[in-house]
Design a protein around this ligand. Structure first.
Ligand code: NAP
Ligand code: MG
Length: 495
């Protein structure tokens, strides 16, 4: 066992050796001693190992978080002081910006440019919630008759966060910054495929002054460490981001001990393009919304709904764009990187094969860079269209660089198609006319709707979450402070 304050080397091209979990302020291995090999998606080679944490490790982490909550200073200190510590963490993340970016790029396979963007957002998460920590006052409620009532936002206690591999830095910040700002303590179960940056962030948190036991990170396999965390009776609140299937399992486990949950379960987000919209302005934004992180984002704009009269023009413009896109290794200057692992690559390629077999036309296809390793998990970007709305590609989340183009006749049909999947996470509306823009934005059942945009910086300030199968609860923005806390009402009879 070593102390977490000991620095570990930055990523690069050298093997990183073994990284440990952070439990109760210390670097630890799994109790059973087992390890998992970490592959770099760009070449499929092992570059690090992590502990394969299990039940016993989760027990220790939750016990540490419980102690830190029940007896430690964190929930009791003045909120402004918690804010100052989180601000220091934001500054430390900024100081270690390149190290964290390199780590994430290599771990996830995303381009270094994209990883740098994620780390900037991570720093911003701690900054935003640091500033909010001491601004969470409650309400007074008029009762009369000699009563005074007031409400307080109180932390849940121990928060369990089960986060995915697609953006580990953003996901660590998105969950831990508001949870810690509200005075909770935490156990993060990072994804087995990409967790190195989460471990490093927990070290930086200790350096910033977050007390030991307040932010614990356990690594391991979902069915082992993740299941143990969601079933743990001492976990008061769970935030989960990942697939709807695992979300169901986590909710069932949480229900057994009545832990509240936030679920963020992906989407099939539509971009609705009217004939009057500015095509030149839309092309880079709509393209980025489906290729960023190789399409492995919950809010990927994976359906492009196009008004029939503009179909030929829009198809020609996007075909030219997609035919020029190149995917390649994370350390090169490419449009996007590899997928996370062979399983995900196979899953996406099978979606593409089934769509071809079913006769859905391919409108454009990008390339894999010639210098990319054949052992890397690359999938070139592809556009299918017209995609039948009731087909697999029209309804299911692919989680890859696959864009489904779908024509629509009028506003009413656009809304019907947009709402015609089980999901409702994000949407984009493209038109110069304010009337339809707002009507469609209101009619689409999604947590966020952009007009003539898709994404606004990191979106840290913007409440985020799903309708329907995309989940429930809200993260990001000031609303996250609400979800990561609960209301206490104090009523005084003073006569
Ligand atoms: P997943 O299985 O849902 O994984 C998400 C997280 O849950 C990971 O930390 C995972 O751990 C953990 N987990 C897995 N099984 C668990 C269990 N029984 N109990 C508790 N936690 C468990 O997602 P995936 O297999 O990585 O990806 C599959 C599909 O999910 C994707 O193709 C995509 O459609 C969707 N997805 C969506 C998002 C999103 O942002 N909405 C993110 C990721 C995936 P391990 O990874 O360590 O096993
Ligand atoms: Mg990895």
């Amino acid at each position: 066992m070593t102390t977490a304050a000991q620095k570990q080397p930055a990523a690069g091209t050298e093997p990183l050796g073994h990284r440990q979990m952070i439990v109760d302020g210390r670097q630890v291995d799994a109790a059973a001693g087992a390890r998992i090999e970490m592959l770099c998606p760009s070449d499929g080679e092992v570059f690090a190992t992590i502990p394969r944490g299990g039940q016993e490790d989760v027990e220790k982490a939750v016990a540490a978080a419980r102690r830190a909550f029940d007896e430690g200073p964190w929930p009791r200190m003045p909120p402004a002081e918690r804010g100052r510590i989180l601000m220091k963490l934001s500054a430390l993340v900024a100081e270690h910006h390149e190290e964290l970016s390199q780590l994430d790029a290599r771990d996830v396979g995303k381009t270094i440019k994209s990883a740098r963007g994620d780390v900037t957002v991570l720093s911003r998460y701690y900054e935003f919630y640091a500033g909010a920590a001491d601004k969470t006052g409650g309400a007074t409620i008029p009762l009369g008759n000699g009563f005074t009532a007031m409400t307080f936002r109180e932390p849940h206690g121990v928060v369990g966060a089960i986060i995915p591999w697609n953006s580990p830095t953003q996901m660590t910040g998105r969950t831990s910054a508001p949870a810690l700002a509200m005075g909770n303590t935490m156990v993060i179960k990072a994804a087995e495929d990409a967790c190195l940056s989460a471990l490093r962030i927990a070290e930086l948190a200790l350096e910033a002054g977050v007390p030991p036991g307040v932010l614990n990170v356990v690594t391991g396999i979902g069915e082992e460490a993740g299941a143990a965390l969601s079933a743990h009776r001492d976990v008061d609140f769970i935030t989960f981001t990942g697939s709807p299937e695992v979300g169901t399992l986590v909710q069932k486990a949480a229900a057994d001990h009545h832990a509240a949950v936030t679920m963020e379960l992906g989407g099939k987000s539509p971009q609705i393009f009217f004939a009057d919209a500015d095509l030149e302005a839309a092309i880079p934004v709509i393209t980025n919304a489906i290729i960023v992180n190789s399409g492995q984002t919950c809010v990927a704009g994976s359906r492009l709904l196009v008004e029939e009269s503009a179909w030929d023009n829009v198809v020609a413009a996007f075909a030219a764009k997609f035919n020029s896109l190149v995917t390649g290794p994370h350390d090169g200057d490419f449009d996007f990187g590899a997928l996370i692992n062979a399983k995900q690559q196979g899953r996406v390629l099978r979606f593409i094969e089934r769509a071809k077999t079913n006769g859905i036309p391919i409108l454009a296809e990008g390339k894999i860079a010639p210098e990319a390793s054949p052992a890397g998990f690359f999938v070139p970007p592809v556009i299918f269209g017209p995609v039948p709305t009731d087909s697999e590609l029209g309804r299911e989340e692919v989680f890859g660089p696959v864009l489904s183009m779908i024509p629509f006749k009028d506003e009413a049909e656009a809304i019907r198609i947009a709402n015609g999947t089980d999901y409702g996470l994000g949407a984009g509306v493209w038109t110069k006319d304010g009337g339809p823009a707002l009507r469609v934005a209101h009619a689409v059942r999604s947590g966020q709707v952009y007009i003539n945009a898709f994404g606004a910086g990191g979106g840290v300030e913007l409440p985020f979450g799903g309708f329907k199968k995309s989940g429930h609860g809200r993260e990001k923005g000031l609303e996250a402070l609400h979800d990561f806390s609960t209301t206490k009402t104090i009523i005084i009879n003073h006569g």
